[in-house]
Design a protein around this ligand. Structure first.
Ligand code: IMP
Length: 190
């Protein structure tokens, strides 16, 4: 006699990280569906070309790992690290901790961000990548806060446009905590 186990989806509840409460925002299955769409867009746009992915550490590590599972192109990976946030606020100053390679000739460079907020981090990364002279430069981000981004450079591949809430989970941190959460949560007032 077969045994049927009905599994109910895990309920998403509010969580507490240090002094702050976060409410459920984007479920992992929704995130994965958007990642597949983004990968298809990249595959279609760059068919036959060689890609140099530049994932921005640390926040993009989970997003990037899931994205490349669906990439059908020839690609290289060059992690870069630029840091601007402390707690839930941008410092405005961007520290460069790991630079892109000096030469990206004959490749399409794709900067992979977890989230584009003010765009300050991109403002530091883009000139460094342009100096490496790729054939083309694209930006791919899982999340974009359109009200805060001054759109100085086009973002070519966008997972979700979100409001100005501080979010955590799926690679994004609050003071280095919460990166391992599989769903994304947003800061809540209670
Ligand atoms: P920007 O330089 O203001 O565009 O911010 C980019 C970086 O700040 C991202 O790569 C994140 O590391 C961090 N960041 C911006 N908004 C959030 C957020 O809501 N949660 C967690 N980190 C964020």
């Amino acid at each position: 006699m077969p045994l049927f186990i009905i599994s109910l989806p895990a309920l998403m509840e509010k969580i507490k990280i240090n002094d702050k409460t976060f409410a459920p925002y984007l479920r992992n299955n929704r995130i994965q569906a958007e990642i597949q769409r983004l990968a298809s867009e990249i595959n279609e746009r760059h068919r036959g070309k060689k890609i140099a992915f530049l994932p921005v550490l640390s926040g993009s590590f989970l997003f990037f790992a899931d994205l490349v599972k669906h990439i059908e192109l020839d690609f290289e990976v060059h992690f870069v690290k630029y840091k601007s946030y402390i707690g839930t606020d941008t410092t405005g100053k961007v520290q460069k901790l790991l630079s892109p390679p000096a030469n990206l000739n004959n490749r399409v460079a794709v900067i992979v961000e977890d989230i584009v907020d003010t765009g300050n981090t991109l403002k530091s990364i883009i000139p460094d990548v342009e100096n490496a002279q790729p054939d083309e430069l694209n930006i791919c981000t899982l999340l974009l806060k359109p009200e805060k981004y001054d759109a100085f450079y086009p973002v070519n591949f966008i997972g979700f446009e979100i409001e100005n809430d501080f979010v955590v989970g799926y690679g994004l941190d609050y003071d280095e905590a919460g990166r391992g959460l599989q769903h994304i949560y947003k800061l809540s007032n209670n």
